[in-house]
Design a protein around this ligand. Structure first.
Ligand code: FAD
Length: 432
C-alpha cells in the first residue's frame, strides 16, 4: 500500500531559495508546504545587491515588475577601489555573454531591501495555488523512516505545539545554520578565519546607479549599493578580532575603517544613518553533503561563502531552479530519485564550483598586501577587463568563458568598447 503524505514537497525556509523552489514546484503541479519561523516582511543581513543573472529568474517567476514598482534600483556597474587605485566596470555584453536584462546598452543588477524582495516572493507563494505557507512555524529536525530516508519535518506551530509533517520529498532552504542539515549531521565546522559583517543603511547619498566595493589593506572591505527608497546600504566585512576590541562600538569601528576609504567617505559625507549599525556572523559555514534519500539542501543551507562577490542570492535562486527541475523529474517518475539527486549535485558543482573557487581565490589574494592594488590598477587601465570581471561576478559570464576566444576578442578589441565612466565628473571618486 502506498503511504499517504501531507505534502508532495515540504520546504524549510522561505528566503529566496525556499520561496523560489516552492513557486517552481507548485507551478509544475505539486502540493508544497513552505515553512518559515519568521513572518514577513523580515530583516535579513545583506548587501542587498542582486547580480544581473538574478533578473531573468525574477522575471520568469513574475516577480520583477513588482520589485521595480517598489523602487528597486537598477545597478549598471561597479566602482572598485583598493587602497591606492580604482577601476570602473559595467554590466555589458562580453563576447557571446549578455547580461540577462538590458536597458539601452547596459545590463543591470538590482538594489532592493531584503524586506521587500523576500516579502514579495512569499506573497507570490501565498497566492500560488498548490502552496500552503506556514509562517511563524519553526523547524526542529528532519524525521526519518526505518530505512533512514527523510520522510518529513518535526515542527512547532505558532502556538508552540509540536507536530510531525510528512512529505514525499523535503527541501532544506533554512539558511546558513540549517537545522535540517544539522539534524542529519551534515554540517562541518569552519576552521579558517572567521569574518563578521557590519550592516549600515544611509539616507542622503548622492544618487548613483553603481555599486561600490572598497578593499582595505589587510583584507577588510566595504560593499555598498544604492537600493530602493533612496537608501544606500554599506556593509563592512572584518575579521573576528576587529570586533573583539573591548568596548569599541560598531559605529566607532565603522568610522575608523571609513577613514581608510576616502572615496566612500566622500560619498557618505552628508549621509545619515537610517537605523543603528548592526553586526552578523561568523559568515562562513560548511556542509559535507547537499542531498540524500528524501532530502536536498539549497541556497545558504548548502554552505555560505563570504559575500565579497555578492552572489549568494544568485546561488539561492539558480540552485532553486536546478533543484525544482530534478525534484519534478523524480516526483513525476521521469527519473529515479537517486539519478535526479546526482544530476542536481553535478549541476551545482558544474555551475557553482568554479564561482566558489574564484570567490575564494579573490578573498585570499586580496588579503595579501599590495595584491588588491595590483589587480585594481590593472582593471583601471583596461576597462573592458574590468567589465569582464563584473560579468564573472555578475554571474552571466561563466568562468569557462575565460577560455573563449570570442570573450578575449571582445575584451581586447575596441569594437565593443563602451563609454567609460568619467572619473573627473564623479564627486565620489578620488583619483590616485
Ligand atoms: C553581510 C551579508 C551580505 C550579503 N550581501 C549579499 C549581496 O549583496 N548579494 C547577494 O546576492 N548575496 C548577499 N549575501 C548572501 C545572501 O544574503 C544569501 O546568500 C541569501 O539570503 C541566501 O538565501 P537563502 O534563501 O538560502 O537563505 P536565507 O535568506 O537566510 O533564508 C533562510 C530562511 O530560513 C528561515 N529559517 C531558518 N531556520 C529556520 C527554522 N529552524 N525553521 C523555520 N525557518 C527557518 C529563516 O527565517 C529565513 O527566512 C550577503 C550575506 C551576508 C551575511
Amino acid at each position: 500500500m502506498r503511504a499517504t503524505f501531507d505534502y508532495d514537497v515540504l520546504i524549510a525556509g522561505a528566503g529566496p531559495a525556499g520561496a523560489h523552489t516552492a513557486l517552481r514546484l507548485a507551478r509544475a503541479g505539486w502540493r508544497v508546504g513552505l515553512l518559515d519561523m519568521r513572518r514577513f516582511p523580515r530583516k535579513k543581513a545583506c548587501g542587498e545587491f542582486l547580480s544581473p543573472a538574478c533578473v531573468p529568474m525574477l522575471e520568469d517567476l513574475g516577480l520583477l515588475e513588482g520589485l521595480l514598482a517598489s523602487g528597486a534600483r537598477r545597478v549598471s556597474g561597479m566602482q572598485l577601489y583598493a587602497p591606492r587605485s580604482c577601476a570602473h566596470g559595467h554590466f555589458v555584453t562580453i563576447g557571446p555573454y549578455r547580461p540577462g536584462a538590458h536597458e539601452g546598452q547596459h545590463g543591470f543588477g538590482l538594489g532592493i531591501r531584503r524586506e521587500v524582495l523576500d516579502e514579495q516572493a512569499v506573497r507570490a507563494a501565498e497566492r500560488q495555488s498548490g502552496i500552503t505557507c506556514m509562517l511563524g512555524w519553526r523547524v526542529h529536525y528532519a524525521t526519518q523512516d526505518e530505512s533512514g530516508r527523510v520522510s518529513g519535518l518535526s515542527v512547532s506551530n505558532p502556538d508552540g505545539k509540536r507536530l510531525q509533517l510528512t512529505a514525499r520529498f523535503v527541501v532544506a532552504a533554512d539558511g546558513p545554520r540549517s537545522r535540517v542539515a544539522g539534524s542529519l549531521a551534515w554540517t562541518n565546522k569552519w576552521r579558517g578565519q572567521e569574518r563578521f559583517a557590519l550592516i549600515a543603511r544611509f539616507h542622503g547619498v548622492e544618487s548613483t546607479t553603481e555599486a561600490h566595493v572598497q578593499v582595505l589593506d589587510g583584507g577588510d572591505y566595504f560593499a555598498a549599493c544604492p537600493i530602493d527608497s533612496g537608501i544606500f546600504t554599506a556593509n563592512l566585512v572584518v575579521d573576528r578580532e576587529a570586533l573583539a576590541g573591548g568596548n569599541r562600538s560598531l559605529d566607532a569601528l565603522f568610522a575608523e575603517r571609513l577613514d581608510r576609504a576616502p572615496a566612500l567617505q566622500a560619498k557618505l559625507a552628508y549621509a545619515e544613518l537610517v537605523e543603528p549599525i548592526s553586526a552578523c556572523g561568523p559568515l562562513r559555514t560548511m556542509t559535507r553533503r547537499t542531498s540524500g534519500p528524501g532530502v536536498a539542501l539549497v541556497g545558504d543551507a548548502c554552505g555560505f561563502v563570504d559575500p565579497f562577490t555578492g552572489e549568494g542570492m544568485f546561488f539561492a535562486m539558480r540552485g532553486a531552479q536546478l533543484l525544482a527541475e530534478e525534484v519534478h523529474a523524480f516526483l513525476s517518475g521521469k527519473r529515479s530519485e537517486r539519478s535526479a539527486l546526482r544530476r542536481y549535485e553535478q549541476a551545482r558543482r558544474r555551475e557553482f564550483g568554479p564561482r566558489y573557487g574564484l570567490a575564494k581565490l579573490l578573498q585570499r589574494g586580496l588579503r595579501r598586501r599590495g595584491v588588491a592594488d595590483r589587480v585594481v590598477r590593472t582593471l583601471g587601465r583596461w576597462p573592458r577587463l574590468c567589465d569582464l570581471v563584473l560579468g564573472l561576478t555578475g554571474d552571466y559570464v561563466p568562468p569557462s568563458g575565460l577560455l573563449s576566444p570570442l570573450v578575449w576578442r571582445s575584451v581586447l578589441g575596441t569594437a565593443n568598447r563602451v563609454p567609460v565612466h568619467d572619473a573627473a565628473s564623479d564627486p565620489g571618486l578620488v583619483r590616485y
